[in-house]
Design a protein around this ligand. Structure first.
Ligand code: DGY
Length: 324
């Protein structure tokens, strides 16, 4: 009997031996993702797809997938995949929750500290030969210790950010669709507040909500108007949660003091984006989960999901369990 066919849309930071024993594998080895037309061609003859957040898996693609038994995404977020379409085709979709929580919270924290204490500007300043003496008012930023942190979205990553904030003796506010248990609130020393109050009172606002119809451009003119002029916005979730034009306006007019983004709309950020002209924004190329150990775990988890799907077993980390 011939082996099931699998297409993997990029080189993975792990070994494929186990998968090779049960499937015939094709790996897309280019640095850029496979173009949509290639995906459309491949999807017609494969049993399993291992994809990344840069691959658009839409209804048209899924309707062409007549033999596909499983989609396994190497990411926790899956807004690039039309889940209702996959579900209507009875295709289980896997993702990688949990393993990237700490790495992403660490990176949100790195961005917060870099933006507050102007680390990127300081490095540019030094390399430009501007460091001539110690100056009492050089590159000043706000205090982090003791400041108010507003966390928007309080799932695993939001909570991990709160745990770190506790060590900085911060006042921690959060807003979320669901309020968490009083015991958890107490142990993390967090206060549940309405979104608008969080915006008005926070010195730092960090976004950890998935992208959905409800969170698309959640941060736009109205929200920036409510934030403190001294506040700093951190986004490690999805770029489209923030309206880039509104953010440019807010940063360039002093409505907010700074921003640090690991994600942008679109990705990659176009080189003519007005945001790139500003000194008070730091932009990283979507690195939240980019620790070696985390990326390896994500790849292994994605393979685990893929193999389960090929065997016809329930995916251990399934986004649409209603297919079963
Ligand atoms: C995810 O997993 O959704 C991140 O954005 C990439 O690690």
């Amino acid at each position: 009997m011939s082996q099931p066919k699998v297409f993997i849309t990029r080189r993975l930071p792990t070994q494929l031996e186990q998968l090779q024993e049960i499937a015939s594998i094709e790996v897309w080895t280019e640095r850029q993702p496979p173009p949509y037309e290639i995906l459309l061609e491949k999807i017609q003859s494969i049993d399993g797809l291992l994809c990344l957040l840069t691959d658009r898996i839409d209804r048209q693609l899924l309707e062409a997938a007549t033999s596909l038994k499983v989609i396994s995404q190497m990411a926790v977020g899956y807004d690039n995949i039309d889940i209702p379409a996959a579900t209507s085709q009875q295709i289980p979709v896997g993702h990688t929750p949990g393993v990237l929580t700490d790495a992403t919270a660490d990176f949100a924290w790195a961005l917060l500290m870099a933006a507050a204490r102007r680390v990127v500007e300081a490095d540019r300043f030094t390399r430009a030969g501007e460091w001539r003496t110690w100056e009492p008012d050089l590159l000043l930023g706000p205090n982090i210790t003791g400041a108010t942190l507003g966390i928007v979205g309080f799932g695993r990553i939001g909570q991990a950010v709160a745990r770190r904030a506790k060590g900085f003796e911060m006042r921690i506010l959060y807003t979320s669709r669901h309020r968490c248990e009083p015991e958890l609130e107490q142990s993390l020393a967090v206060e549940f507040v309405a979104f608008d109050r969080l915006l008005c009172e926070s010195d730092f606002v960090t976004i950890h909500t998935p992208l959905s119809e409800d969170t698309y451009h959640l941060f736009s003119d109205r929200e920036f108007e409510q934030m403190k002029p001294s506040s700093i916005l951190i986004n490690t979730s999805r770029g489209a949660v923030v309206d880039p034009d509104g953010l440019y306006q807010a940063l360039s007019t002093g409505q907010i003091a700074g921003a640090a983004l690991d994600v942008t709309e679109p990705e990659p950020i176009p080189m003519d984006s007005s945001l790139l002209t500003l000194d008070n924004v730091i932009i990283a190329p979507h690195l939240g989960s980019a620790s070696r150990q985390t990326r390896e775990k994500m790849a292994n988890m994605a393979i685990e999901n893929l193999m389960a799907g090929l065997r016809g077993d329930r995916l251990p980390y399934c986004v649409n369990p209603e297919v079963y």
